[in-house]
Design a protein. Structure first.
Length: 252
């Protein structure tokens, strides 16, 4: 059984994941298979099963929709996927329903199509941002100096919650280029449960097909990485890339 690498749970992006994550990680460290550890640690709208339970030739998303069982491999990727089912049960269920509807409509093709592509991108790499309008405008414009330096005090009024399990997996080993696909969240959400309920109601196939995402290098967020206290951190144009016009349409 693969050994789970150590996770620095005190990192700011893991604030909402620490409590369930530590519980599952302790079980895995005691040689409990990941799928059993996830089932033991918390209720979720799916039952976690070994990857071998997925029949050959059946789409992963369709199997979850049909059976209510989530095939699970050992390792960080499915570890964070399981935590997402715990923390965002309504949203994960909605994403699965939308995937299943697309499979029912078009079948499983070599090319997923815009809706399934967007659903997968959201599931793997989304982050949710509630922020004052000036921050959102600067982010859409990719005006990194304004976003992270000129408007830096405004970040105290913002809330960024990571959702994508591949994004969380990558940040176990933080690197400057790691970028989230940000979805604008409704303001004044006081809990993850409230955010989950709003998001599950807000997501739909038409909206996702429009790719309502904005790229954000997450280690640039003030307070998330010590190196960004030196503003030369943002001079790296390979990470903080300029805007490609036109691009002023995201989820206004």
């Amino acid at each position: 059984m693969p050994v789970m690498p150590p996770i620095e749970w005190n990192q700011p992006w893991l604030q909402h994941w620490r409590e369930p994550g530590e519980r599952v990680a302790r079980l895995v460290a005691a040689d409990v298979p990941l799928y059993q550890a996830l089932n033991t640690a918390h209720d979720a709208p799916v039952r976690f099963v070994p990857q071998s339970a997925l029949p050959e030739g059946e789409a992963y998303e369709h199997f979850i929709f049909r059976t209510g069982h989530c095939p699970t491999r050992e390792g960080l990727h499915d570890f964070f996927n399981g935590l997402c089912w715990m923390q965002f049960p309504g949203t994960k269920k909605k994403l699965n329903q939308l995937q299943a509807a697309e499979i029912a409509r078009a079948g499983v093709q070599k090319v997923r199509g815009p809706v399934r592509d967007a659903l997968t991108l959201f599931d793997e790499n989304a982050a949710l941002l509630s922020a004052p309008q000036p921050l959102w405008d600067a982010l859409i414009d990719r005006d990194w100096k304004r976003l992270f330096i000129d408007l830096r005090p405004l970040w105290q009024q913002a809330r960024l919650v990571l959702f994508g399990h591949a994004l969380l997996e990558k940040l176990v080993y933080p690197r400057k280029p790691i970028t989230a696909h940000v979805y604008r969240a409704q303001a004044a959400m006081n809990s993850i449960a409230e955010l989950d309920a709003w998001l599950a109601a807000d997501l739909n196939a038409e909206k996702l097909a429009g790719k309502p995402f904005v790229p954000l290098p997450v280690l640039g967020v003030p307070g998330w990485w010590p190196e960004n206290e030196n503003f030369s951190f943002y001079d790296d144009s390979l990470v903080f890339r300029p805007q490609r016009l036109p691009e002023r349409h995201h989820n206004r």
